[in-house]
Design a protein around this ligand. Structure first.
Ligand SMILES: [Zn+2]
Length: 354
């Protein structure tokens, strides 16, 4: 059962982006003030006419071949421009005060404005299995054997690390709560492979450890029916993982590069993946891993408006912060097929450039 219709959710996101647009403009002026007429006119223009094809949850939206702005791989604090009018699709439905608010997803923790900077490693795993003979180099490079994975977990426990869910880390960064253990660590797994269920889950569960699994929701659908996707965990398996205490987050619907995409497409990816997880697992997900590490400012704004609390990137590092957009630019440490315990130890103790 969906708690929120797509139209209602789209309106919420557009409203959210309007608020972001207003606050960005206020920040730019240094002194908070009413939005200027020009801003109001721009925002009004964004909500007055309907896009001709609204993406639905059943078919991939067709992207115009001309919409290929170059993605900005590195965001700087000064690059927080609101989307230009040409980037913003339009919509006929003008939200009115009489619109009954839909049963909105849980909003994120309210930031208390304190800038917290913590050294918390977030490890990035993919496959936990031996690659079949003749596998592609991507498969080989991103695979860790179950035996080596177990040695990682034992090492982390011996060193006094405690696994925490990513949403606890984000909440702690922006609100100071909940308290984190002395040596927190987050174990993330991208792509939702079936070997995560078969091999990572039991190894984590028997040690009382928590993993954070970022799943591609269309692939989880297809894992049930389509031969091509049988190496992805299906919903039954994912549900069992969640019931065992594992954290499930979004890795989008179908793993596109998100940078440079337009608002409709991003809303489709954000809400579609969120609704699929909620419908199948029962938990409303608040965390995201950018597919292929690809994102830009609009991606951050849309997912934040859809009540995501934060996101992990593929940028390397262990220093996490609550400042600005930093909760949507969390750094990770990449684990590859050559990461044994000595290499893991070196990565954890490395002084990563900030
Ligand atoms: Zn991925």
């Amino acid at each position: 059962m969906m708690s929120l219709s797509h139209v209602q959710a789209r309106l919420l996101i557009i409203l959210g982006l309007m608020i972001i647009g207003i606050s960005v403009s206020a920040c730019a002026e240094l002194a908070p003030q009413e939005p200027t007429e020009a801003v109001v006119a721009t925002l009004a223009a964004t909500t007055t006419s309907q896009p001709t094809n609204i993406p639905t949850t059943t078919a991939a939206p067709t992207l115009s071949p001309t919409s290929t702005p170059s993605p900005t791989p590195t965001l700087t604090p000064s690059s927080t421009t609101s989307p230009t009018p040409t980037d913003v699709p339009t919509s006929t439905a003008t939200p009115t005060p009489t619109d009954a608010p839909p049963s909105a997803p849980t909003p994120g923790p309210t930031p208390d404005g304190v800038v917290r900077t913590l050294r918390v490693p977030i490890l990035m795993y993919h496959y936990i299995s031996e690659p079949p003979a003749g596998s592609h180099s991507y498969r080989v490079g991103n695979s860790l054997s179950p035996e080596t994975f177990a040695t990682h977990l034992d090492y982390l426990q011996d060193e006094g690390y405690t696994t925490v869910p990513l949403k606890d880390l984000i909440s702690h960064l922006v609100t100071g709560r909940p308290d984190l253990p002395e040596k927190p660590i987050v174990l993330t797994f991208d792509d939702g492979y079936e070997d995560n269920y078969l091999n990572a889950l039991p190894a984590l569960a028997e040690r009382g450890m928590i993993g954070t699994f970022f799943i591609i929701t269309d692939f989880a659908d297809q894992a049930e029916t389509d031969e091509t996707y049988t190496n992805y965990a299906n919903w039954e398996q994912l549900k069992e993982m969640a019931a065992t205490g594992m954290e499930i987050g979004s890795h989008s619907r179908n793993h596109p590069n998100l940078a440079g995409k337009d608002l409709d497409y991003l809303v489709w990816q954000a809400l579609g993946s969120q609704e699929a997880i909620e419908a199948n697992i029962g938990d409303h997900p608040h965390i995201l891993s950018y597919p292929a590490g690809s994102y830009d400012q609009l991606v951050i704004d849309v997912f934040r408006s859809a009540h995501f609390w934060g996101a992990v990137t593929t940028k390397q590092g262990v220093t996490q912060s609550s400042a600005g957009d930093d909760p949507f630019e969390l750094k990770r440490v990449r684990i590859s097929n050559t990461t044994g315990v000595p290499q893991l130890e070196a990565l954890l103790n490395y002084e990563w450039p900030e």
